[in-house]
Design a protein around this ligand. Structure first.
Ligand code: PBG
Length: 338
């Protein structure tokens, strides 16, 4: 018997078959669209700055600003009214507070903790996602603790557990470990359970590559100038695919609720493989360098910035994501609302 879902059995040819019929009118294209982009797919990453009423431009990310906490709260309110379900906060830590042991990460009054608390005080139904990684707090710009030029895995994991509990105490809904240390998801999950935080979600940066596309982000958090060397002993080799599957499998087994692939557009093959293999909510991070490229080409008049923004985000939906972290979030959400 022929398998009814075996499309090789479909016989048909021009002129009976004309794929263009379904593309002829806008209503028809809308009707047959396989994927759509909506504000509910978006996570808005924001950079937090010390002070009040302050905004600071980030030259390598035109249109993105570091905001003081009062303005972060305003932005969160705007995000909520636009239908954006969650924010991801990253601190610009005062260089004087950056140390070898990253102790500012454990300070209950640090920037992201205060910002999280302020957002949660509004009572808005909006998720706050916080990175778990030491790079905004270390004097050397690495995500982990360093001894003699070596990134220490297990000592870093202990520090990440402390950072996680600190952030949860401030009201953070979702911990997003972005450090790529081995075993950190399991260690954080164990500590959360032990402390009675049974409902804290973990969105693991499970397949995070050692990418040159993070450059503008490091400008934004102030770690470009401090970073010594590169992150290739912990972030993944861009040459690998199967390794991503293994990393994701481990993080799910250790208790991640959601997984992420990062960067986004250059790694859509990984996004597709992960979403197909595991059937867990899979996210992609359209990182700072991807944003910067599209904006820069738009500024030169070489690309239509609005169109490439929408097309690049739809590509993630096609690849099977549950959502996208993107600096375009407010712009897209406004556009989709009109
Ligand atoms: C820190 C972190 C990075 C990003 C998110 N969390 C940078 C890095 O790993 O060096 C990159 C985000 C972006 O480029 O937009 N661990």
């Amino acid at each position: 018997m022929t398998d009814p879902f075996d499309f090789s059995a479909v016989r048909g040819a021009f002129p009976h078959v004309r794929p263009r019929r379904n593309r002829r009118a806008p209503w028809a294209r809308t009707l047959v669209a396989e994927n759509t982009l909506s504000a509910s797919d978006l996570i808005w990453p924001m950079f937090v700055l010390e002070g009040k009423g302050l905004r600071e431009a980030i030259p390598s990310m035109p249109g993105v600003e570091r905001l003081s906490i009062d303005l972060i709260v305003e932005a969160a309110t705007q995000a909520h009214s636009l239908g954006i379900p969650a924010l991801a906060l990253f601190p610009y830590t005062n260089p004087k507070l950056r140390t070898d042991d990253a102790r500012e990460a454990f300070n209950p009054d640090n920037l992201v903790c205060r910002a999280t608390h302020a957002i949660k005080q509004t009572g808005l139904d909006i998720g706050v996602i916080l990175d778990v990684a030491l790079d905004p707090y270390t004097s050397h710009g690495h995500d982990g603790l360093v001894r003699d030029g070596i990134i220490l895995n297990d000592a870093t994991v202990e520090a990440l557990v402390k950072q996680s509990l600190n952030q949860v105490a401030a009201g953070c809904d979702v911990l997003a470990p972005s450090d790529m240390m081995d075993g950190r998801i399991g260690a954080i999950r164990r500590a959360l359970e032990a402390a009675g935080h049974h409902d804290t979600q973990i969105m693991s940066y499970a397949a995070k590559y050692a990418s040159a596309f993070y450059g503008p982000f490091r400008d934004a958090v102030g770690s470009s100038s401090t970073l010594k060397g590169d992150k290739r002993t912990y972030q993944m080799d861009p040459a690998n695919t199967d390794e991503a599957i293994r990393e994701v499998a481990l993080d799910i087994a250790e208790g991640a609720d959601m997984v992420m692939v990062k960067p986004g557009m250059p790694y859509l093959d990984i996004v597709r493989r992960v979403s197909e293999t595991f059937k867990v909510p899979t996210f992609a991070y359209q990182v700072s360098g991807e944003y910067a490229m599209l904006i820069a080409a738009g500024e030169r008049g070489w690309l239509d910035p609005e169109k490439v923004m929408l097309e690049s985000l739809l590509a993630f939906k096609r690849a099977g994501v549950a959502g996208i972290l993107t600096y375009f979030a407010p712009k897209v959400a406004k556009l989709l609302a009109t």
